[in-house]
Design a protein around this ligand. Structure first.
Ligand code: HPA
Ligand code: ZN
Length: 343
């Protein structure tokens, strides 16, 4: 790697995978307004600037309230296509080669949007992105943990008939929304069903919730990766488990800052987690709400924590290793990363 290359340039060119991205969280205010107009949906904001000004969060719930309200503009297959195509354009610009994308069908089916519409719009854009840009992706259906397990079971049953038609993309299930008070154990049955059917399993845990929720995600749900997981550091035995089993953590630094999981990015424990030997990755979570896509997360974190280029390569490598993709696909990405590092 040439020494004259600036850090932003190095990050721009770094081949990356994104493993923690909520497609509804990539809805930029401009598109929110355009879709509201197209669908005749009233928004509680006068302008795009007013939307951005409202993105001043105190915790996870204060964000979720606006995130679910914003998602109400998504009605048609074309809306989900446009949303996804806009994310792909940003990801491709950031040299993201592969993304594993969360979607929250319950947010839409409760408003009368058919499950098939959600799948068709998102998958249509992802398939076109594969053809147009060689952009690789998978889909992870997330259950909303503030709702009941019965609701999750019904949602899973509603989605299963679509599995074959979307077998190239829909490979996993996850768990998101308000964490505290909604422990992983609440969803033991639906995750057991998903595992038995061969789905990959992830869960948000240890963002606002305690280390016990990370243990629960691993042991009660069989989670193969932990989304966020930053509170693992409070439990030494858990740190040992995560390091020994190389359980990937999909960490989202700008999200943690905006939702006040950390008060200052310089206090973020990402570098310590990496030094402790954990399989840490960097991701954007809900980039339209948290002020940055992948490269912005890499750059802000590198600057705040003084990460060097080898650290950044390690973070990128971890994501390719942790991806739910074939060994052949992963080797191709890892080779590209190694070529990039050699310069
Ligand atoms: N945590 C929990 N639920 C979410 C998040 C998050 O970071 N983003 C979107 N839904
Ligand atoms: Zn998330």
């Amino acid at each position: 790697m040439p020494l004259t290359q600036t850090l932003p340039d190095f990050i721009r060119g770094l081949p990356k995978a994104e493993l923690h991205l909520h497609i509804e969280g990539s809805l930029e205010p401009e598109l929110m307004f355009a879709l509201a107009r197209r669908n005749g949906v009233a928004l509680p904001y006068a302008s795009v600037d007013a939307v951005r000004a409202a993105y001043d969060f105190s915790d996870l719930q204060s964000f979720l309230d606006l995130y679910y309200a914003g998602a109400a503009v998504l009605r048609t297959e074309q809306d989900f296509y446009d949303l996804t195509a806009a994310y792909v354009a940003r990801a491709v610009a950031d040299n993201v080669l592969h993304a594993e994308i969360f979607f929250d069908p319950q947010t839409h089916t409760v408003r009368g949007v058919p499950m098939a519409t959600v799948f068709a719009g998102i998958a249509g854009a992802l398939r076109d992105a594969q053809v147009a840009h060689g952009f690789s992706s998978r889909l992870i259906l997330c259950f909303l943990r503030h709702l009941s397990e019965e609701d999750a079971l019904a949602t899973f049953a509603e989605a299963l008939p679509l599995r074959e038609a979307y077998a190239d993309l829909w490979i996993g299930v996850g768990l998101d929304s308000g964490e505290v008070g909604n422990p992983p154990e609440k969803f033991g049955r639906v995750f057991a069903q998903a595992r038995a059917l061969g789905f990959r399993v992830v869960a948000h845990a240890g963002e606002e919730g305690p280390p016990a929720y990370i243990w629960g995600a691993l042991d009660a749900l069989g989670a193969e990766r932990i989304d966020h997981g930053v509170r693992a550091e409070e439990d030494a035995a858990l740190m040992t488990r995560l390091a020994q089993d190389q359980v990937p953590l999909t960490v989202c630094p700008l999200s943690n800052l905006k939702l006040r999981v950390v008060q200052d990015l310089r206090d973020h424990n990402l570098a310590r987690l990496l030094k402790a030997g954990l399989c840490v990755t960097v991701n954007s979570d809900d980039p339209a709400y948290f002020g940055g896509y992948m490269n912005a997360n890499f750059l802000a974190t590198a600057e705040a924590l003084g990460l060097d280029r080898n650290d950044l390569v390690q973070l990128a490598r971890n994501a390719f290793v942790a991806a739910f993709a074939s060994d052949t696909e992963k080797q191709g990405w890892l080779d590209a990363l190694e070529r990039y590092q050699r310069g």
